[in-house]
Ligand binder design. Structure first.
Ligand SMILES: [Zn+2]
Length: 309
């Protein structure tokens, strides 16, 4: 299975900044050491034209040239730098590359991304550009060129925070269905309604979560007919997360991932996934959760290859 990374484009953060940037490098290290079936590739950069599929060109330009206002930078949560702009483009490029590959390989990944708080003309909550939205629109355009019919895209957002940016971008777009399961009391405090939002109470544990996921997938089944799935496999619903407020165990998160991958696999739907949030009290917990997602994904990749033979 191929996965795209951009963690070597280092985004400089001030001392004591609360974003755990090193988790990406740690995850890549563990994949190299312990999961050789995951082939790691450098992420390409998303072009202006690709970004403009989901973002206002003036916003793309402001990120590129460093003319974001101090308030816009505060909203994002990262100070602007050339490296920040480059890293953000690469992270979108990684989800785009993984999405393209999913159509031939069944499943592929971005080692970062899942920046679902970014909207059309602004970032937020550590998100600059919305990789899921750009990839969805670009896959639709490329699919239409080849197949002469529309591609419907399902976004399954299981990060613990609601995907407000993705919901806003696709608000009036019936060709993209946004599903989000998230903590009701968590950021963003003003949520933007998506196509299906499931609010979970503080302390929600494995069984209740998996049941909610099952019901949500059943409802999607009735309401939408996707040709492609984008999955945001956030590690922040884990019980050891600083920001998550939910209580999923590693086993629960693994069952969640397995359910999503098998749901797509059973329906023959290509799937690309991104990592999203993870802010473990102990960062190794976050990295372990993400590593587990890759372990399960690699099993499904093998099943896709067997199916093709
Ligand atoms: Zn999150």
């Amino acid at each position: 299975m191929q996965a795209f990374y951009a963690d070597h484009f280092v985004l400089p953060l001030p001392e004591g900044h609360r974003f755990p940037m090193q988790k990406y490098r740690l995850l890549r290290g563990r994949l190299v050491a312990e999961l050789p079936e995951v082939v790691l590739c450098e992420a390409p950069r998303a072009t202006d034209g690709e970004l403009a599929l989901a973002h206002d060109p003036a916003y793309v330009e402001a990120v590129q040239t460093g003319s974001l206002s101090p308030a816009a930078q505060r909203e994002i949560g990262f100070p602007w730098s050339e490296a920040m702009a480059e890293r953000s483009r690469r992270s979108v490029g990684a989800t785009v590359a993984a999405s393209r590959l999913a159509f031939s390989d069944g499943i592929a990944a971005n080692l970062a991304g899942g920046t679902h708080h970014a909207g059309v003309a602004q970032g937020g909550g550590f998100c600059v550009f919305n990789d899921l939205a750009v990839a969805a629109r670009l896959m639709q355009a490329e699919w239409f060129r080849r197949a002469r019919r529309a591609l419907q895209v399902l976004v399954i957002d299981l990060d613990v925070h609601q995907g407000n940016g993705t919901a806003a971008i696709f608000r009036d777009d019936p060709t993209v269905f946004t599903l989000s399961l998230h903590g009701e009391k968590n950021f963003p405090f003003r949520k933007v309604p998506g196509d299906l939002d499931v609010d979970l109470p503080d302390g929600c544990s494995d069984d209740a979560y998996l049941q909610a996921l099952e019901l949500a997938l059943q409802e999607v089944e009735h309401r939408f007919d996707p040709g492609f799935v984008l999955y945001l496999a956030g590690a922040d619903p884990h019980e050891g997360d600083r920001l998550g407020r939910l209580k999923l165990s590693h086993d629960g998160l693994e069952a969640r991932d397995r359910r999503v991958f098998s749901w797509a696999f059973e329906r023959g739907l290509p799937l690309a996934f991104a990592m999203g949030g993870g802010y473990g009290h102990d960062l190794q917990t976050t990295v372990q959760a993400q590593f587990n997602t890759y372990r399960v994904a690699a099993q499904f990749h093998a099943r896709w290859q067997n199916r093709r033979r």
